[in-house]
Design a protein around this ligand. Structure first.
Ligand code: ATP
Length: 768
């Protein structure tokens, strides 16, 4: 009943058989990958198999290789770890083990294998593929396989998915599971921070990462730790212990009541000797007499339900893995599915594994710069940013000290405070004066401006909302007064953190530059809105926090709906005229249907949805009906409101299913900002200070008459955006060409594929 899509695409009508296994250490998101591979394979007319217990299942065969149905992976999105099991398999490392594995696959008729694991698992997979022809001929000579069986499965197609919490694989910017692991670490360190502060204690926290410091570095940035130890960048200088103690003492002298040191489990010094958490506890206790405790986070880090990012990454990569299997030819090298520049890509598996090994080799020969360079492109830069945002006095002073205004505009969004904190600290390190403008533009009109010091922003990184106070009002309320106040406080650069209102505020001030010279200064808008509707950036601050808040709410709603049996929830989410939140949370939560403003809602679409629900509920096993959610952007349709959609579903469901609504409202702003939002905030903040410094150096006010900084070029009022791997600055004027001003959104929505995938995996062939 679900159309042609599920029929075999092979001319012979024979269905291809694709298996997936998870191997090595478990990683959150592996289940989402299995779900995506199984469902995409079935959708594309193939048979899907799950190999249980990693390579051990391949070696053992029999019941360990199981055919999967569409509904076999129901509930996989929310599950942590890997449902199909993983193992470290010794037998597969030896040829006799691989011989058994090859026989088991051929006997099942499987010659395409998707392996989700770390670099060890992928090395094993590649070796298996390389040996495949010789394994088959050996099996034929032993009489274990017939000539025909060997001929029918002459090539083994391997596709890799990187499931690893360490983010230690080269050639991809991020691996499945790493971001969830970072969530667990940050939640733990946030909790530790409050007790540390209460007792004025020091804590040394050990985090995972045998050869890779990504988790420690990102956790250091996201929690504002005092010090981190990572393998790629051992502490510098012979007397590093003394320097570290001095730095920690300096922070204490500034008024800090807590000290957090993060040690990656593979941390070393420059002589390759381990740096352990215990050593650091002894050091802080003996030299600084701090009441120091140690916390080894251990396996807590691996656990729990995956965050939205990992669910979506694993899902998109799982879909791509099946596409890669179907595109494969014997002459194309095995690919591993990666993420580069915010896009799902295929890279050469052998090359990726080789490059990954290079990092360990570089560390082994003490070439730490090479080790840093071999990590993802942002790694080096982010290490520097960690220092700038956390260590007082870590940067050289700027040649031209500036008075830099900081203002929040629009609704609160996770990461706003983290951005202010990073700007303030970096400003102080560079010799600038950070001036906080309280309560948005009305606050500026009322002259609510104050200088912030290092300790004023302590702890802000983990706080939600807006500590400065934020407001939607625009400068056009009274441009004259705003200009006057900017002059009065001698604001020489302005950083605006906010949503679309901050963008329009920049436009207003740019257009008024001729009348008001006070606006002829560098201005940067850091996008911060849960709606992710600011042009010039892939992500705005707050949208990741919001996505996780919505996803968690949907998980709970779905659980309730499943418990009540046969209930469909229509969940209304924010997002203005942009369907980003609905699409991305719909993918992460496994929504049955997603309504966005871009597409709107039609009667025909509602009919399709009702028809689909009738089919699905009819197909559910007796007494085992699933709860289902439909996500609806608040602005998807003026007529078909959330209540009306739900009423229609209820009416048409008759006795078969029921419907309720859930309007999430301001819960969507989330509590504490997510690690991703904190890291993005820090990155955008520091780059923005560099930007205003650079633009202010182009001061054209020669002669010293009038304001100290006077720049009026088009490229001095910009949006700071996350663009792939980079931070880019695009003039607001230029962004007008790619902005739909009436609907307050960019003209291009890069995330549309995510929505299509959500529908595909919900079996909505009728919507594709
Ligand atoms: P993690 O990042 O969690 O360590 P990993 O995939 O690197 O994951 P490993 O223990 O190195 O974990 O590998 C998992 C399994 O992959 C091994 O138990 C083994 O079965 C197989 N494997 C690893 N390396 C090889 C190899 N060189 N040859 C054959 N099989 C291998």
């Amino acid at each position: 009943p679900f159309g042609e899509a599920f029929k075999s695409q092979e001319p012979s009508g024979k269905r291809r058989k694709i298996a997936i296994l998870t191997s090595g250490g478990d990683a959150p998101g592996m289940n989402a990958a299995v779900r995506a591979v199984v469902r995409t394979a079935i959708f594309r007319g193939c048979d899907a198999y799950a190999v249980h217990e990693g390579y051990q299942g391949l070696v053992d065969g029999g019941d360990m290789i199981r055919k999967m149905k569409w509904d076999s992976v129901q509930g996989y999105l929310t599950a942590g770890g890997t449902v199909i099991g993983t193992a470290r398999c010794k037998a597969f490392r030896e040829r006799p083990g691989r011989l058994k594995a090859a026989k088991n696959l051929v006997k099942e008729g499987i010659d395409a294998l998707v392996v989700c694991g770390g670099d060890g698992s992928l090395t094993g997979a590649d070796l298996f593929r390389a040996e495949w022809p010789s394994l088959l001929s050996e099996l034929v000579s032993q009489g274990e396989l017939t000539e025909q069986e060997a001929k029918d499965h002459a090539h083994l197609n391997i596709v890799g998915l990187v499931g690893s919490i360490d983010n230690d694989m080269s050639s991809t910017d991020i691996t499945i599971g790493a971001v969830t692991c970072l969530h667990r670490i940050c939640e733990s360190i946030d909790s530790i921070s409050s007790t540390a502060s209460s007792h004025s204690r020091a804590f040394v926290v050990e985090v995972m990462g045998r050869h890779c410091g990504w988790l420690a570095l990102m956790a250091g940035i996201a929690t504002g730790a005092d010090f981190i130890f990572i393998p790629e960048r051992p502490p510098q200088g012979e007397d590093w212990r003394e320097s570290m103690c001095q730095e920690i003492k300096r922070h204490r002298d500034l008024g800090k009541r807590k000290t957090i040191v993060i040690v990656c489990e593979g941390a070393i010094d420059s002589n390759l000797q381990p740096v352990t958490a215990k050593d650091m506890v002894d050091l802080l206790t003996e030299r600084l007499h701090l009441d120091t405790r140690m916390t080894i986070l251990g396996h807590v880090q691996r656990g729990g339900t995956p965050c939205a990012f990992d669910r979506n990454l694993a899902t998109m990569q799982g879909v791509e893995a099946v596409n890669a299997v179907l595109d494969s030819r014997p002459d194309i090298p095995s690919p591993v599915i990666a993420m580069n520049e915010n896009k799902i890509t295929r890279v050469d598996l052998v090359e990726a594994v080789k490059l990954t090994g290079e990092v360990a080799k570089a560390i082994g020969r003490k070439d730490f710069q090479a080790a840093m360079d071999l990590r993802d492109p942002a790694f080096n830069h982010q290490y520097q940013q960690f220092l700038s945002s956390t260590l007082a006095g870590s940067d050289a002073k700027s040649a031209k000290p500036l008075r830099i205004g900081i203002i929040n505009v629009g609704a609160p969004a996770g990461g706003m405070n983290a951005a202010v904190r990073a700007i303030v600290r970096y400003c102080i390190n560079r010799g600038h004066t950070p001036l906080a403008i309280l309560n948005g533009f009305p606050g500026l009109m009322a002259s609510h401006v104050k200088e912030l010091r290092w300790m004023d922003v302590d702890g802000w990184i983990a706080r939600g909302g807006s500590e400065l106070g934020t407001n939607r009002d625009q400068p056009s309320m009274d441009l004259g007064m705003i200009s006057y106040q900017m002059q009065k406080h001698d604001i020489q650069s302005l950083i605006l953190i906010g949503g679309f209102e901050a963008f329009t505020a920049c436009l207003e001030m740019k257009n008024a530059r001729k009348q008001y010279p006070a606006f002829c200064i560098p201005m940067v808008h850091i996008p911060a809105t849960i709606s992710n509707n600011v042009p010039g950036t892939d992500y705005s601050l707050g949208c990741d926090t919001s996505l996780n808040a919505i996803m968690e709410a949907c998980d709970a709603i779905k659980q309730s709906a499943t418990a009540s049996r046969k209930r469909v929830f229509v969940v209304e989410v924010h997002g203005g005229k942009v369907g980003y939140l609905a699409a991305m949370s719909g993918l992460a939560a496994g929504a049955t249907s997603i309504y966005t403003p871009e597409e709107g809602i039609t009667l025909e679409r509602l009919q399709k949805d009702v028809r689909h629900l009738c089919q699905r509920y009819a197909a559910d096993a007796e007494g085992k009906s699933q709860g289902r959610v439909i996500l609806r952007s608040e602005a998807a349709s003026k007529t078909y409101t959330t209540d009306i959609v739900s009423a229609i579903i209820k009416e048409e469901g008759h006795q078969q299913f029921d419907s309720r609504t859930a309007i999430l409202g301001h819960v969507q702003q989330g509590g504490a900002p997510s690690p991703m939002d904190r890291i993005r905030a820090t990155r955008l903040a520091l780059c923005s200070v560099d930007f205003v410094e650079e633009r202010a150096s182009k001061n054209i006010n020669i002669g010293g008459i009038g304001p100290a900084v006077y720049v009026d070029s088009e490229d001095s009022i910009v949006v700071a955006g996350i663009q792939g791997n980079d931070v880019g600055f695009t003039p607001v004027e230029k962004l007008l060409q790619v902005t739909d001003m009436r609907n307050r959104k960019p003209t291009h929505s890069w995330w549309m594929d995510y929505k299509r995938t959500a529908h595909l995996l919900a079996r909505r062939v009728d919507l594709l």
